[in-house]
Design a protein around this ligand. Structure first.
Ligand code: ARG
Length: 460
C-alpha cells in the first residue's frame, strides 16, 4: 500500500508500523463527512482559482458517486488504506487521474479530520438528543399513569417523606432535560470551521473560509490555525455530555433495580425485559438496568482517556489525537443503546399502587407532625424535640402515628388538638407542600405541563 506521504521515503513502510498507525478500521465512520468536506473544499479551491472549473466539476461528480456507493453499500468503504481520507483520495485518483490529485491542494489531513469529527458530531448529536427526549417522554407517560399514587421519598436511602409517584418519576426527567441542553452546548462547540488552518500555519491559497463555513453550515471559523490543528475540546465536551447522561441513566437504573426488587416492589418490571436464572427458578433479574449502570463507567473512561491524551501534547497536531475517535464512537453507541433500553424499561413499568402507598405512611409523617406544632406557635426546634420523643416511643413499641388516639397525642403535647388525627395522612402531607418544585399535586401537574410543552418543542 502506498500512503499519501510515500513520496518522502525510499522504501515501503514497515507493515506492522503502518497497520499500527492506520485508522481506517474506525474512521470509516467519518466517510460521509469526509466526502461532504471535500465537496466544499473543491468548490473553495475553484473559487480561489486554484482548481479549473472543469476539474472541480469532475471532482464533485466523482465524490457524489463515491458517496452514493458508500451509502448504498457500507462494505464499499473498505480497503488497505491508512485512513478514510486516503481511501477517498485513492478512489478519486483512480477515477480522475490528475484532477483527483489536485483536490488536496492547500489542505492537510490535520484540519480534515477535525472537520470530519465536527461534522459528524453536528449530525449525530441531534439523534442522541431525540433519544434523551424519548426517555423523558416515557417518564412523563408513567407520571401521568401514576395519577395521585403515593410512595415514600428517600434520603440516605432511608424512607423520608411521602411524595407523589409522579414527582419521583419526574425527578429523573429534570436531569435528562439538563443533559439535552448540555448536548446543545457540545454541538455549539463543534460548530466552527477548521478548514483554512492547513497543517498548522494556515494555507497559502486564497481560500474564502467564510464561504466554506456557509457551505458546510458552520456559524463561525476557528480563531487560530495552530490551536485548530490540535483542538479536541469539542470532542471532550461531547464525551462529558455523554458521561453525564450516563450518570443519570445509571441512577434511574439503580432506583428501578431497588424499587422493582422483592423488598420494595413499588414497580413491576416487564417480563419481556427481565431475565431468569439458569439455576434459581424463582429469579426475575433486571439485567438491562444492571448493564445500563455498568456501562456508565466506560463512558467516563472515554472522557478521562481523551483528556489524558490531550493534556501533555506539544502545541500543534500530534498523532496521539487519532485516539479521540474510538472513544467518541463507543460513547455514542453505548449511550444510544442505554437510552433505548432505559426507555423500554420505563415504558414497561407497572406501578404497584397499594404497596407504594402503604410504604409512604407511618413515621414518614414526623415532619408533618412537627409542622403542625409550628402552626400552633411552637418554635420548630421545640416541635422537633416533641415529635422526636414521640417517634422514639412509637418505634420502641413498633407502632406509628396512625395508632395514636387523641388522648395519646395530647399525652405527648397538649398543643395537639382534635384535628391532628385526620391531618396526619400521606395525602394531606403531600397536599400541604407550597413551593412550585414540591410534590404538591398542583405543582407536579404544572411541571408535567411544562415538560409536555418542552417535549413538543424538542421533538418537532
Ligand atoms: N488519522 C489521523 C487522525 O485521526 C488523521 C490525521 C492524520 N494527520 C497526520 N499528520 N498524520 O488524527
Amino acid at each position: 500500500m502506498t500512503a499519501l506521504w510515500s513520496g518522502r521515503f525510499d522504501g515501503a513502510p514497515d507493515a506492522a508500523a503502518f497497520s499500527f498507525g492506520a485508522s481506517f478500521r474506525f474512521d470509516r465512520r467519518l466517510f460521509e463527512d469526509d466526502v461532504t468536506g471535500s465537496l466544499a473544499w473543491a468548490r473553495a479551491l475553484a473559487k480561489a482559482g486554484v482548481l479549473a472549473d472543469d476539474d472541480a466539476r469532475r471532482i464533485e461528480d466523482a465524490l457524489k458517486t463515491i458517496l452514493e456507493q458508500g451509502r448504498s453499500d457500507p462494505s464499499f468503504v473498505n480497503g488497505p488504506d491508512e485512513d478514510v481520507h486516503s481511501f477517498i483520495e485513492r478512489l478519486l485518483v483512480e477515477r480522475l487521474g490528475d484532477a483527483g490529485r489536485r483536490l488536496h491542494t492547500g489542505r492537510s489531513r490535520n484540519e480534515q479530520v477535525s472537520l470530519d469529527l465536527r461534522l459528524y458530531l453536528r449530525r449525530r448529536i441531534p439523534e442522541l438528543q431525540r433519544a434523551v427526549a424519548a426517555v423523558v417522554g416515557a417518564l412523563v407517560r408513567q407520571a401521568e399513569a401514576a395519577g395521585d399514587g403515593l410512595m415514600p421519598s428517600f434520603t440516605h436511602f432511608r424512607p423520608a417523606q411521602p411524595v407523589l409517584v409522579s414527582h419521583f418519576l419526574l425527578s429523573h426527567a429534570a436531569p435528562l432535560q439538563r443533559d439535552y441542553a448540555r448536548f446543545d452546548q457540545a454541538r455549539q462547540e463543534s460548530d466552527a470551521l477548521p478548514l483554512g488552518s492547513g497543517a498548522v500555519a494556515g494555507t497559502a491559497y486564497e481560500i474564502d473560509v467564510e464561504f466554506l463555513a456557509r457551505e458546510l453550515g458552520f456559524s463561525r471559523v476557528v480563531a487560530n490555525s495552530i490551536d485548530a490543528s490540535s483542538d479536541r475540546d469539542f470532542a471532550a465536551t461531547f464525551l462529558y455530555a455523554c458521561a453525564m447522561t450516563m450518570v443519570h441513566l445509571s441512577r434511574i437504573a439503580e432506583d428501578l433495580i431497588i424499587l422493582c426488587g422483592d423488598e420494595y416492589r413499588f414497580f413491576e418490571m416487564s417480563d419481556a425485559l427481565s431475565t431468569g436464572s439458569s439455576m434459581m427458578p424463582q429469579k426475575k433479574n433486571p439485567d438491562p438496568l444492571e448493564l445500563v449502570r455498568g456501562k456508565a463507567g466506560r463512558t467516563f473512561g472515554h472522557l478521562i482517556a481523551l483528556m489524558t491524551t490531550m493534556k501533555g501534547l506539544p502545541t500543534g497536531y500530534n498523532k496521539d489525537l487519532q485516539e479521540d475517535k474510538e472513544g467518541v464512537f463507543d460513547a455514542e453507541d453505548t449511550l444510544t443503546g442505554c437510552l433505548a433500553m432505559a426507555q423500554s424499561v420505563i415504558d414497561g413499568l407497572a406501578l404497584n399502587r397499594d404497596r407504594a402507598a402503604s410504604a409512604a405512611s407511618g413515621l414518614l409523617l414526623a415532619t408533618d407532625v412537627a409542622d403542625y406544632l409550628v402552626g400552633r406557635g411552637v418554635p420548630f426546634r421545640r416541635a422537633h424535640e416533641i415529635v422526636g420523643a414521640l417517634v422514639r416511643q412509637l418505634a420502641a413499641e413498633k407502632r406509628d402515628f396512625a395508632s395514636l388516639s387523641l388522648d395519646d397525642w395530647r399525652a405527648a403535647s397538649d398543643w395537639f388538638e382534635a384535628d391532628i388525627v385526620a391531618r396526619m395522612t400521606p395525602r394531606v402531607s403531600v397536599a400541604a407542600k407550597r413551593t412550585p418544585q414540591s410534590t404538591a399535586p398542583a405543582a407536579v401537574d404544572g411541571r408535567l405541563r411544562e415538560i409536555r410543552v418542552w417535549l413538543t418543542a424538542v421533538l418537532r
